[in-house]
Design a protein around this ligand. Structure first.
Ligand code: DGT
Ligand code: CA
Ligand code: CA
Ligand code: ZN
Length: 574
C-alpha cells in the first residue's frame, strides 16, 4: 500500500508541476518520500490510529491524510483521476528520462501528443522536437541521450526504502514451522546503496512449507517460479525476490555464493582453482571431498584469506588485503553517539528541537546538533543571525532541562549554513562563533562549471570556522545527478583544512558514496555520518550510513560521530 500511495503522490507532483501549479508539487513529492521511508504500513496506521495517526507521518497534513484514507478505502483517488486527464501520459516512463522534466513533458503532449517512450522515439527520428519552441536541436539530442541511458539502466531502488520490507519478509519466513535459519544475501547483505532484487537463503526441515508461505505472501504480486528448493516472485513494489532453501551442510558456501558480488566471487573461485580446489554454492571441493562449506569463515580461511566482511566484497582490493592480513577493522553497527545534521520546525522540519532530541535519545544517541537552514534558503524559511542566536537560547534552556531531568543528553548549537555562489557563507562570522559546530552546504547554483563549483566549495572549506561539508556532491539517487565537482581537489582541501566530509545517509542521498568515503579516509579526512533527519523516525537511517562507511573501508576512528562529546567539541574548535 505504501508504494502504491507514493506512486500516486509522485505522479500528482509531476502533473502539478507540468501545469505550473506553485508549491503543491513539492508537498506531494515530499509526502511520497516520507511514505516510502516508513517502516510501517499506512493501512496498519490508519486501522489502529485513524487520520490522527496518518498526520503524524512526516510531511502529511490533514489534506494528504484524507487522500491516503481515500486510497486505502477505494483503491483510487478522485483528485488524481481528474489531474490525469489534464496530462494523460505514461509518467513513469517519461519521468525517468534525464533532461525531460514535467514542463517539457506537458509541452510535448500539447504540441506533439507524445504520451510515452515509443512516441518520443518516433518524434525524435522525425526531428520534430528540435523544431519546437523552447527545445531546439541540443535539447532533442539531450533527450535522445536520456533515452539511451535508460535502456541500459533499469531502475534500482535505494537500500533504505527496501530494507524494512526485506526484513519484514525475513521475519515472516523465520516464523514458518521447520525453518532453522533465514538470511538476506545479495546486494542487501553488502549494504549496496541501491538494490536490484532481494535474495533470501533459508535452512528448513520442511522446504515445501516455507516455499508455500513465500509465494503466498501478501507482498507478492505474481509468482515467477515455484519449486521445492527455489522460488522467485515479483513483489507489488515491482521488484523481484528469490528464495532458496539449502542444506545446513552447505549453508556457508551458498551464503558466500549468493552474497556476491559477482566480481568478488569470480576472483575467489580463481584462487580456489589455483590451489587445486573448486568452489561452488555447495562447498569448497578437493576432488570429490567437500573440505569447507558450513560457514563463510571456513571457506575464506581454507583459501588462505582472512574473513572478508560482505560490505567489502566488490573486488576492489579486499582480496589482496585479506591475503596480506591487512583488512581494516570496520566501524561496528550501533557505534554512533550522535547525529550532526537534524532539522526542526524552526525551518523545514516538522518537530520541535525537544521532540527531535527525545527521539534521538530513544534511538540511543548521546547528543545531536540542530542544523536548521540559513537565510538564503527561502523555500525552507532559513534563519538569519538574529534567529540563530535566539535558537541558541532555546537550546541552552533545553540542555538545562535535561540536566534537571538527569538525562545524559546534550544538544549542540549548529546550522546548515548556505554556501553562496561565490563560496562565501550566508551567516556572519560573529554568529558562527556562537555555534558549537559549523556545517556548510550547497543548495543553489548546481550548474556551475566543474572549475567554478570546485573553487566555490573549496573556498567554503577554507573558511577558518567551518567544520563539516554536508552532502558534498548534492546527488539524489534516481532524481538528480551530482554537481560537477573535482572530488580529488575537495578531499585534498578537506584534509588540509581539517574539515570533515559528511556521509548524509538519507536513503536517496548516501552522499558521500562508498568510493568517495574510501578516497577521503585514505587522505586522512574524517567522515561525519548524519541522517539529515526532518522527522523523529529518520534516526533509523544511521545504520545505512554505517553500511556505506564500511563499504568505504572506514574504521571507528575515521568517523567523528563515534567520538565522545568533549573530543568532538575540541576538534570543532580547531
Ligand atoms: P542486485 O540484485 O542487482 O542488487 O545485486 P546482487 O549482487 O544481489 O545480484 P543478484 O541478485 O543478481 O545475484 C545475487 C548473488 O548471486 C550475486 O551477488 C553473486 C551471485 N551470482 C549471481 N550470478 C552470478 C554469476 O553469474 N556468477 C557468480 N560467480 N556469481 C553470481
Ligand atoms: Ca539481488
Ligand atoms: Ca537475485
Ligand atoms: Zn542540505
Amino acid at each position: 500500500m505504501n508504494e502504491q500511495i507514493a506512486k500516486i503522490f509522485n505522479a500528482m507532483a509531476f502533473i502539478l508541476e507540468g501545469l505550473n501549479v506553485p508549491f503543491k508539487p513539492r508537498a506531494y513529492a515530499k509526502a511520497a518520500e516520507a511514505i516510502l521511508a516508513l517502516d510501517k504500513n499506512v493501512e496498519e496506521i490508519f486501522k489502529t490510529e485513524g487520520l490522527v495517526g496518518l498526520k503524524q507521518i512526516s510531511s502529511i497534513g490533514q489534506n494528504l491524510a484524507e487522500h491516503i484514507e481515500e486510497i486505502i478505502k477505494t483503491g483510487r483517488l478522485k483528485e488524481y483521476e481528474i489531474l490525469k486527464k489534464k496530462l494523460p501520459v505514461d509518467i513513469e516512463e517519461l519521468s525517468s528520462i534525464e533532461g525531460l522534466g514535467p514542463k517539457k513533458v506537458k509541452i510535448l503532449y500539447d504540441k506533439l501528443k507524445i504520451k510515452n517512450r515509443a512516441g518520443l522515439t518516433k518524434a525524435i527520428s522525425g526531428h520534430k522536437i528540435a523544431k519546437l519552441e523552447h527545445f531546439g536541436a541540443q535539447s532533442e539530442a539531450n533527450i535522445q541521450r536520456g533515452l539511451k541511458f535508460l535502456k541500459t539502466n533499469t531502475s534500482r531502488v535505494p537500500l533504505g526504502y527496501i530494507l524494512p520490507l526485506a526484513r519484514e519478509i525475513e521475519q515472516k519466513l523465520s516464523q514458518v514451522s521447520g525453518v532453522k535459519k533465514v538470511v538476506i544475501a545479495g546486494s542487501i547483505r553488502r549494504w549496496q546503496e541501491t538494490i536490484g532484487d532481494i535474495d533470501i537463503l533459508a535452512i528448513s526441515d520442511q522446504p515445501k512449507k516455507i516455499m508455500a508461505t513465500f509465494v503466498n505472501l501478501p507482498e507478492v504480486q505474481s509468482v515467477l517460479n515455484y519449486g521445492s528448493t527455489r522460488s522467485s516472485v515479483r513483489l507489488k513494489i515491482n521488484m523481484d525476490a528469490d528464495l532458496r532453501v539449502v542444506e545446513p551442510k552447505s549453508f556457508g558456501a551458498a551464503l558466500q555464493y549468493f552474497t556476491g558480488d559477482k566480481n568478488h566471487n569470480v576472483i575467489i573461485r580463481e584462487i580456489a582453482i589455483k590451489k587445486g580446489l573448486k568452489l561452488n554454492e555447495y562447498g569448497l571441493w578437493r576432488g570429490a571431498k567437500n573440505i569447507a562449506c558450513q560457514t563463510e569463515e571456513e571457506i575464506y580461511t581454507s583459501l588462505g584469506l582472512n574473513y572478508i566482511e560482505p560490505e567489502l566484497r566488490t573486488d576492489s582490493g579486499e582480496i589482496e588485503a585479506a591475503q596480506k592480513h591487512q583488512l581494516p577493522k570496520l566501524i561496528p553497527y550501533g557505534s554512533l553517539k550522535c547525529d550532526l545534521q537534524t532539522q526542526t520546525n524552526w525551518t523545514d522540519g516538522e518537530y520541535s528541537i525537544e521532540a527531535m532530541s527525545r527521539a534521538a535519545q530513544k534511538a540511543g544517541l548521546k547528543y545531536i546538533a540542530i542544523t536548521d537552514h540559513t537565510k538564503t534558503l527561502g523555500i525552507a524559511h532559513g534563519l538569519d543571525e538574529k534567529q540563530l542566536l535566539k535558537q541558541c537560547q532555546e537550546i541552552d534552556a533545553l540542555n538545562a532541562k535535561f540536566i534537571k531531568e538527569k538525562i545524559n543528553f546534550k544538544i549542540l548549537k549548529s546550522a546548515e549554513i548556505n554556501i553562496n555562489k561565490d563560496g562565501s557563507l550566508d551567516i556572519a562570522d560573529a554568529a558562527l562563533k556562537k555555534l558549537d559546530i559549523v556545517s556548510v552546504a550547497v543548495h543553489s547554483a548546481f550548474r556551475l562549471s566543474k572549475e567554478e563549483q570546485t573553487k566555490r566549495i573549496i573556498r567554503a572549506i577554507e573558511h577558518p570556522l567551518v567544520n563539516i561539508l554536508f552532502h558534498p556532491t548534492g546527488r539524489l539517487i534516481n532524481r538528480r545527478e551530482p554537481y560537477e565537482l573535482d572530488m580529488k581537489a575537495v578531499i585534498k582541501s578537506a584534509a588540509a583544512n581539517r574539515v570533515a566530509l559528511e556521509l548524509d545517509c538519507f536513503p536517496d542521498r548516501m552522499d558521500l558514496k562508498d568510493t568517495y568515503v574510501r578516497e577521503a579516509i585514505a587522505q586522512g579526512v574524517k567522515i561525519a555520518i548524519d541522517t539529515d533527519a526532518h522527522h523523529p523516525d529518520h534516526f533509523k537511517f544511521l545504520e545505512l550510513g554505517i553500511g556505506t562507511a564500511r563499504r568505504g573501508w572506514a574504521t571507528k576512528k575515521d568517523v567523528i560521530n563515534t567520538w565522545p562529546i568533549e573530543k568532538l567539541l575540541s576538534w570543532a574548535k580547531k
